[in-house]
Design a protein around this ligand. Sequence first.
Ligand SMILES: [Zn+2]
Length: 678
Amino acid sequence: MIHPYSINTLFMSVPIQTILKETFGLDAFREGQEEIIQSILSGHDSMVFMPTGGGKSLTYQIPGIALDGITIVISPLISLMKDQIDKLREKWISSVCINSTISLQEQRDILEEIRYPGESPIKFIYIAPERLHNEEFLNVISKVKIWLIAIDEAHCVSQWGHDFRPSYMKIKDFIKMLRNKIPTTYDEEEYFPHDKGGQGGYIIPIIALTATATKKVRSDIMERLGLSIIKEFIYGFDRKNIVILVREIAKKEEKLEKVAEIIEKTPGSGIVYAASIKNVDEVYNYLKSKGISVGKYTGSMDNNSRESAQNDFMDDTTRVVVATNAFGMGIDKKDIRFVIHYNLPGSVEGYYQEVGRAGRDGKMSIAVIIASFADTKIQEFFVENGNPSAEEILEFYDYLYEDLIDGEWKGKTIEKTYAGMGHESGIGNDMKVASIVKILEKYKIVSRGIYGEQNPTAGFRGKGITLLKEKRTHQYIPIDWAHQTMLKNESTSKLNAIKKFLFTPQCRKRFILTYFSDITDLEKLPKNCGMCDYCMDQKKGIVRERPSFSSAEKKEKKTREKKQVGRSQKTDTLEETLRLFREQKNLSAIADERGVTTQTIEAHIAKLYGRGIITIDEVSKLTSLDNIEYARDIIEKKFEGKVEKLREIKDVIEGEGRKDVRYFDIHLAIAMMEKEGK
Ligand SMILES: [Zn+2]
């Protein structure tokens, strides 16, 4: 029987607690879950940020089961889809998937079943974003009652997410299409109550889920899904049973020994992440020589070897797996006791996602980064070579097209290795050549492999290149340069964040919770978390200065600065800040874009104000003029106008109970006085 539905009445008729208990066999919700479900049930669009393993899927599955109608789950990973569907089917909940693993005929059968439901109507459709705009699918979907759309791994919609997928851009249109469809029958009119206020169209709540909750990703998701009012839920980033440690070790032998030591001391199984295939082999061979039960997993291994490495780890045939970051997606082993990073991870997001694979059973586990200052250099090398400049791309373009004239194209192929081409073109290492080729391939200027050959394999490292387009003058080469620059800035700011995580002597947990804006957990975090190396040291009375590798960084920075032409560099950096500021960007956005701290940008602003380039009106939008006046007053009265150490001024001001007066205000007060010649 068909019921015209209203979200509230149905909610009342099927208590979510009953589903939790009877379908999922759980007694209580985890933190946040119930609130999120209520938000969906009252028709709100919601964004859910929880770390992997935090219980995200339950938040859309329970309302999906409670209500009459179909839930569409957009998911990028076939293995995750399969996993979810298997679990739902075990609970006798009819679910299907539409992705590249099913044939056209299978898809037709599924669509038929959706359109004309039998005994147990389909409740969940898991679909890959690439399939959303399939005509047959749209045709059927527009005739049935869809009541909820869940977008899993929603960071894929954001260019700031670590896993951006162009096909995720289509989701916005899909949502719009469903919300704006015109009912064709009376029944449908009843199925889909119009949203009287707000966004118009049908009420189809959207729930976007991801483990990446940085500010940039959050605002990007909203914008790209075309949602204007959305409830945010950020929970569970404090993985309370995971101890977070950072160990500074530079020498290779000592690093290897440390890895073995941790493995020997920690019972149970674990993962060692390394940054490159070479490093994976290094660790793997060492652990093997120590008699540790170990397997390895890298993206360059063939499917069979990868699968057997994974299976061996899952069923405890091997205790440890050494892997690149290719390992782990869809791995749901509950009793992983340790995750070791043999090299510095490339981003806080990636790092924490990998850490989150430990301790899913709630038992104590540890995560250790074994890194050194030199490791940051390796990551910088990756960023540098992974993001070639426009000049380098064009130089390589000229090399590829050198014996052609403008407008000419002969389907030319170049049969050389990347290393060879790197040498001949003057670009340098093969990694950079590979990055350039990838970019040229993305813009359909070249293709990897020799014309007429079958698809080059994934691990392809330079069997040649085929030119796909005629030679053009540089300005007509169809590359989105702004986008390329953005990608580079993104990688740089991510690397800066993980460096900050390593180098700043502070509670690791506090850093992570702040990074992911998990206010709920942040408020509950004790001053000494007792679960990270910094807090543990502090408890023992060890006062941590800046870790030694930070002074190494400083030293390097100093020599670098000395090499530069001091003054002119400084002017440029002010100009750059001014340019971004004039683009109406806020200070933290400028800081992110420039890869420096907000404090630095604030100091720039104060200087620009002091030089009369930025007006007092502009300044008043950034801070309270009252605060500046107050700081000025203190400097004049208590320091007789002489400024030596900002810290001292700040201390006096704080002593007066004015914690709201910031360094920024003090900088501005000084600039103001200098301006007036005081
Ligand atoms: Zn701590």
